[in-house]
Ligand binder design. Structure first.
Ligand SMILES: Cc1cc2nc3c(=O)[nH]c(=O)nc-3n(C[C@H](O)[C@H](O)[C@H](O)COP(=O)(O)O)c2cc1C
Length: 405
């Protein structure tokens, strides 16, 4: 991959954003259904001024599509190259079959649990998602408030569009800070310290790097100047007012450590007391290494099909990772969670909780804080109904034998 392109992608965590610079799409492009389009979604929500109340994640996807410039919608929605992994993330959940026992006498369920000792009201966290101020003016401030109101944790991307201090001021709810590693370890150290001082409760190091999304190339995504300037300054890079856009891009190109190894965690451990999580694990032997170096949490993830295409769905990798880890670290999972039954399936296979990415990015675009609150509530309701139907009075009661083997 062209190095500049790669670094630009890293600047926004999972893909670069530049809706101001995007080209209008041709009719043939508009005619293409996004790979992640879901059946059953509202089709005409914003037509003729009619506002349809979303009833599921797919509805929020449609609302986001109507609300956003096409390039921004594509940035959120699409996956890397042929989108094999993007599709498989959803399909793999759908392949799993539930086989519930009858007459369990369960009429009431409790969805509360705890992750890294933090009590939460539902086992659904917000995944770190970059560029949120491009989806809604309130951006991550709105997402953080909605997460706090739902009593869950927000994973805050280093590229989210607001500083750790701004997000902490907007919401006192539990938050984790997701890091991509700056080459300059002085900047990295200060940033981790700022997150810790701002009350963030854990550091997530995302280690699946490198992204190639055809839609973003076609749309010519590049960070808008003001967004890039704020992003780099929020991280703590010294960016003067006089720096031109090209100079900032050149700076950004060389700012990130793309040659990470496991000792990045030793270094993190030496500068912070916060729990450490690794995000992007798909192999059992990597999970074994994570446990061996004492990491607190493992996020089984393929970055929502935005990194290397052709890797397996996260949910398909979960059982072997759970077996390898054997309770020595907490395991979370993301990629493809769209329904309450997906949450139930992931927990049945050994995840402590799941994270959602696109579902809340779409909801944020559709309706800001209220949208994120609503999508969390819809998923919680779906989980409640799945727990009732499978006879699980609480999260600990969600067992593997609910899945047909
Ligand atoms: C628009 C967008 C931006 C993302 N930005 C980041 C990021 O900055 N850091 C990160 O670790 N993951 C990022 N991710 C990946 C998510 O954290 C998560 O792994 C993924 O979205 C889960 O898949 P899902 O979208 O199917 O729920 C991003 C995902 C999306 C959709």
């Amino acid at each position: 991959m062209n190095r500049r392109f790669f670094s630009q992608l890293l600047a926004l965590g999972a893909g670069s954003v530049g809706l101001w610079q995007s080209h209008a799409r041709g009719d043939d492009e508009l005619a293409q259904e996004p790979a992640d389009a879901q059946p059953g979604a509202v089709r005409d929500s914003n037509r003729a001024g009619r506002k349809t109340e979303p009833v599921n994640v797919a509805d929020f996807q449609e609302l986001a599509k109507a609300a956003l410039p096409p390039a921004t919608y594509d940035y959120i929605t699409t996956g890397t190259t042929d989108e094999v992994t993007l599709r498989d993330n959803v399909a793999a959940f759908q392949r799993l079959r539930l086989l519930p026992p009858l007459l369990t006498g369960v009429a009431d369920v409790d969805t509360s649990t705890a992750v890294l000792k933090q009590p939460i009201a539902l086992p659904i966290l917000l995944a770190p998602v970059a560029g949120q101020s491009l989806y809604h003016p309130q951006g991550a401030l709105a997402s953080a408030r909605a997460a706090a109101a739902a009593k869950t944790i927000m994973g805050v991307s280093i590229s989210v569009g607001h500083s750790v201090e701004e997000i902490a001021a907007a919401s006192s709810g539990p938050k984790w800070f997701q890091l991509y590693m700056p080459k300059d370890r002085v900047v990295a150290k200060r940033l981790v310290e700022r997150a810790e001082r701002s009350g963030f409760q854990a550091i997530v190091l995302t280690v699946d790097l490198g992204e190639r999304k055809d839609a973003d190339k076609r749309n010519r995504f590049a960070l808008p100047e003001n967004t890039l300037r704020k992003h780099l300054r929020d991280i703590g890079f010294n960016i003067s007012d006089r720096m031109t856009y090209e100079q900032m891009m050149a700076f950004n190109d060389q700012a990130w450590d793309l040659a990470l190894s496991w000792n990045a965690f030793d270094w993190l451990r030496s500068i912070t007391k916060l729990p450490l999580l690794i995000k992007g694990v798909l192999r059992a032997d990597d999970a074994k290494k994570a446990v061996a170096i004492g990491l607190d949490g493992i996020i089984v993830s393929n970055h929502g099909g935005r990194r290397l295409d052709g890797v397996p769905a996260s949910i398909d990798q979960l059982p072997q990772i759970v077996a390898e880890v054997n309770g020595r670290a907490e395991i979370l999972l993301d990629s493809g969670v769209r329904r309450g039954t997906d949450v139930l399936k992931a927990i049945a296979l050994g995840a402590k909780a799941v994270l959602i990415g696109r579902p809340y990015a779409w909801a944020l675009a559709a309706d800001g804080e209220a949208g994120v609150a609503k999508v969390l509530e819809l998923l919680r309701e779906e989980l409640v109904s799945a727990m009732l139907a499978t006879g699980c009075p609480n999260i600990a009661g969600i067992k593997r034998d609910l899945l047909k083997s």
